[in-house]
Design a protein around this ligand. Structure first.
Ligand code: ADP
Ligand code: MG
Length: 491
């Protein structure tokens, strides 16, 4: 912090040249090298305002009676023109009412024309100190705000009723609101998922309990677009003289860190299952294929039965068994895809063409559901990777989008370049994904569908990882879901 600069600029506003001269002489004679005073004179209200705007001042000595204005009326415009300044009024004779009116209007003090020199100097020095302290306070506040806004962590303060008193830029960005509009909102209800509220409230209570107490807690945070972030909070309670009891919170966004930890754990779990599970999956496939064949033969024989009713009901059953076998087969295929450690090809892949061909393949399925397909392809460099695997990624995403739109909707497929990566996005207008399960959709075997395998998105993530790419899912309840995939172009 800079040391307070003593001294200051004084503006005398008086049409009486003699009095203005005297005031000036008194002040200049009190000026010292370590505490210098600069004095300027204006002889009208208009002149004073012009001076205030051009050069500013710290303290103005203003005659109550000016040819073009009343000194009292000048107080406010002068202080606006030169912020952090003080006004001392000069009057011929002071009545109590005039003095009170002047102070109400924001004057620092009122002195009589019959002043004693030392009295004048003392008053001006006091007014200068007040103006300086105000300036310093503003500067400090500005710096502290800059630090709070620049930092990459969330900084906030809550009052005793959990209402937001301070919300920094990072918090506002993540929440998708302006910092101003966050003020006064109930923080816990607005941004903390229901499941985490009790834990956060407990941690807040600990921080509040012992005024200077601190606590830590990790919670979800509902970010823009319904995204679920994980935030590690460090909470501390204080008593602010202005605001009463406050809890300050510093929040670190640990979403990516937790996701990485989880992915590492998933990968480990998969490789631990490893060979054994792979062999088992292969072993299941043979009897399954044999069962499928036998079922086919069985159905053919049943078809020859004479009794109409029995035949129909037996055929229906064999159809169900067939569907179940098909589902098991799909599960095995997807599981093998996920668990098999196999390298990927590295060749140029034209992503728009790839997406286009998957969409053509799924055209009938889309039509059957009343889904309209929109293509929005921007030209870009080829991705480097494995065309077959990337096709699998697109297919899994398109199938999910179609399955989400039971009553029709719009599927938008976009491709566009972004720096040295190519992006493709599959958007649907389905029901969206509940925030309570949003973090689980990439988990192997997580499904909300009756006949789902829960492996589609796990496979997507694995393949994207193998390409050194990135996949993100955003969802809004009632609006739809967008999955974006970034694949490097190798440039
Ligand atoms: P599956 O499709 O077999 O259920 P996935 O891994 O492909 O397995 O998807 C897991 C779950 O994620 C789905 O069951 C569904 O609840 C959710 N999900 C995935 N994509 C979407 C989407 N576009 N819209 C809504 N929910 C989706
Ligand atoms: Mg799926």
């Amino acid at each position: 912090m800079t040391a307070p600069t003593p001294g200051g600029r004084v503006l005398i506003v008086d049409d009486n040249a003699d009095l203005a001269g005297t005031l000036r002489d008194v002040l200049l004679s009190a000026s010292t090298e370590s505490d210098p005073l600069e004095v300027d004179v204006a002889d009208s209200g208009k002149g004073a305002l012009a001076r205030a705007r051009e050069t500013g001042f710290d303290v103005a000595l203003v005659d109550v009676k000016l040819p073009d204005a009343s000194g009292v009326d000048l107080i406010r415009p002068l202080r606006e023109a030169s912020p952090n300044s003080e006004i001392v009024l000069i009057t011929g004779f002071a009545s109590m009412e005039a003095a009170i009116a002047a102070l109400r209007a924001g004057a620092f003090a009122m002195i009589l024309k019959s002043f004693r020199p030392d009295e004048l100097v003392t008053t001006v020095r006091q007014a200068l100190t007040k103006a300086r302290l105000q300036r310093e306070r503003e500067e400090l506040e500005r710096r502290y705000r800059a630090v709070v806004d620049l930092t990459d962590v969330l900084v906030l303060a809550l009052d005793a009723a959990d209402r937001v008193v301070l919300f920094n830029r990072k918090a506002a960005e993540l929440a998708g609101v302006s910092a101003e509009s966050a003020i006064g909102r109930d923080f816990v209800r607005a941004w903390i998922p229901e499941d985490d509220r009790v834990r956060l409230n407990d941690a807040l209570a600990v921080a509040r309990q012992s005024k200077r107490g601190t606590s830590e807690v990790e919670t979800g945070f509902v970010a823009t677009g319904g995204q679920a972030r994980r935030i590690r909070w460090h909470l501390g309670g204080t008593v602010d003289p202005g605001e009463g009891e406050l809890v300050y919170g510093i929040g670190i966004d640990v979403t990516e860190r937790r996701a990485l930890e989880k992915r590492a754990a998933d990968a480990e779990a998969l490789s631990a299952m490893g060979t054994l599970a792979l062999n088992l999956a292969h072993e299941i496939r043979n009897p399954l294929n044999a069962a499928k064949l036998q079922l086919h033969l069985l159905a053919r024989d049943v078809g020859k039965l004479e009794m109409e009713e029995t035949r129909a009901s037996l055929l229906k059953r064999s159809e169900i068994v067939g569907d179940e076998i098909a589902r098991l087969n799909r599960l095995l295929t997807e599981f093998l895809e996920l668990a098999r450690p196999r390298g990927i090809a590295r060749e140029p892949v034209h992503v728009s063409e790839l997406v286009d061909s998957v969409l053509s393949l799924e055209r009938e399925a889309a039509e059957a559901r009343g889904v309209r397909i929109v293509r929005d392809f921007a030209p870009g460099a080829a991705a480097i990777g494995d065309a077959e695997k990337l096709r699998q990624v697109v297919l899994n995403l398109v199938v999910n989008a179609l399955e989400a739109m039971k009553d029709g909707g719009v599927l938008t497929a976009r491709t566009f370049p972004e720096n040295d990566r190519i992006v493709f996005a599959i958007e649907d207008t389905g029901p969206g994904i509940d925030t309570s399960v949003l973090t689980q959709v990439f988990d192997p075997f997580f499904t909300t569908k009756e006949a789902g395998t829960g492996l589609g998105l796990s496979i997507v993530r694995k393949i994207v990882d193998q390409h050194g790419g990135d996949v993100r899912l955003e969802s809004a309840i009632g609006k739809g879901t967008t999955v974006r995939v970034w694949i490097p172009t190798g440039r």
